[in-house]
Design a protein around this ligand. Structure first.
Ligand code: GLV
Length: 309
């Protein structure tokens, strides 16, 4: 009883070895190992097939091998009494900070304008933009967005943030609720989206909200594709209202080869790599949580399934 089972596709053996190294006291198997399903009380996983959880009658907790749990929250095979736990930071916040910096520098150092000029072999110096004149708006101020806002503020950018709940970050103006969002969008040169995908945030960056951004603004989406209306984005880029986009996430993924996003000159695309799960820190966090739970303490990163993250 009390065994942990891992579903990580073809990487199962690697994860099993890491759990064994960090917590030899935990009995761990990994798909496709043969498993005594009734003994499994915890599962650590990423995108298990539909119906997977139904095979484990004594399941008590499911640990996501990632930060975003939108796919897991929707699962009908996950009984309501099972605790759903996500990774909190676990080495991903630092990667997200780098990705946000990439977007900010694309805008501040006018990389997309210079790319256009490069295509025309045009040697033309554009007006430089100072960090203090670069307004960055961060959506979501949790482990990821909070780290981004703090790092960019520290680097001298003008940062503000918006989130569902009120947050406090030194040097960063933190807004929340609907009015705050319009205010932020109206004065943001680089918009960085790190929000979890929930019923409240799906479709949030629609045509109306994107049009509230000032002329020339750049959109960074490092959260989930279903939050951004890419048709509206393309329209606003083509009309010259928006200046560019750095996109890591799409709906659906992989981004289909015939998507116009691939070939747009003012869009930079990465294949969902803004922050990848680091197995070492991820296993450490899950082991810590398993030990907490076994000694009756509360776990970190437990998802409130009613709000979706
Ligand atoms: C990646 O998208 C994650 O949610 O960790």
């Amino acid at each position: 009883m009390n065994a942990l089972h891992v579903y990580a596709g073809e990487d199962g053996a690697t994860w099993r070895a890491l759990f064994a190294a960090q917590a030899p006291e935990i009995e761990c198997t990994a798909w496709p190992d043969t498993v005594e399903a009734a003994a499994v009380t915890s599962i650590a996983c990423w995108n298990p097939p539909d119906g997977f959880f139904a095979g484990f009658p004594n399941l008590r907790s499911v640990f996501a091998l990632g930060a975003g749990v939108d796919r897991l929250v929707e699962r009908t095979d996950l009984a309501p009494h099972v605790a759903l736990v996500r990774l909190v930071d676990a080495g991903m916040a630092a990667q997200m900070v780098e990705y946000a910096q990439l977007g900010v520098l694309l805008w501040q150092r006018r990389c997309l304008d210079y790319r256009t000029q490069q295509a025309q072999a045009a040697w033309r110096k554009l007006r430089p933009i100072a960090r203090a004149d670069t307004r960055v708006g961060v959506l979501g101020l949790g482990a990821m967005g909070g780290a981004i806002a703090a790092a960019l503020d520290e680097a001298g950018y003008r940062v503000w943030g918006w989130s569902r709940r009120a947050h406090q970050i030194d040097g960063v103006r933190c807004l929340h609720e609907a009015n705050g969002l319009s205010e932020l969008l109206g004065e943001t040169d680089v918009l960085v989206n790190t929000l979890p995908s929930t019923t409240a945030t799906r479709g949030l960056l629609d045509r109306t909200r994107l049009a509230q951004l000032p002329t020339g603004a750049l959109v960074v989406n490092a959260a989930r594709g279903d939050q951004l209306d890419t048709s509206a984005l393309l329209e606003l880029l083509d009309s010259g209202h928006l200046g560019g986009a750095l996109l890591d996430v799409f709906d659906p993924e992989p981004l289909p080869p015939d998507s116009p996003l691939w070939r747009h000159p003012r869009i930079v695309i990465t294949p969902h790599v803004a922050a990848t799960t680091l197995p070492g820190p991820a296993v450490a966090q899950i082991v810590d949580n398993l030990r907490r739970s076994r000694s009756g303490e509360s776990m970190t990163g437990v998802v409130d399934r009613s709000v979706g993250y």
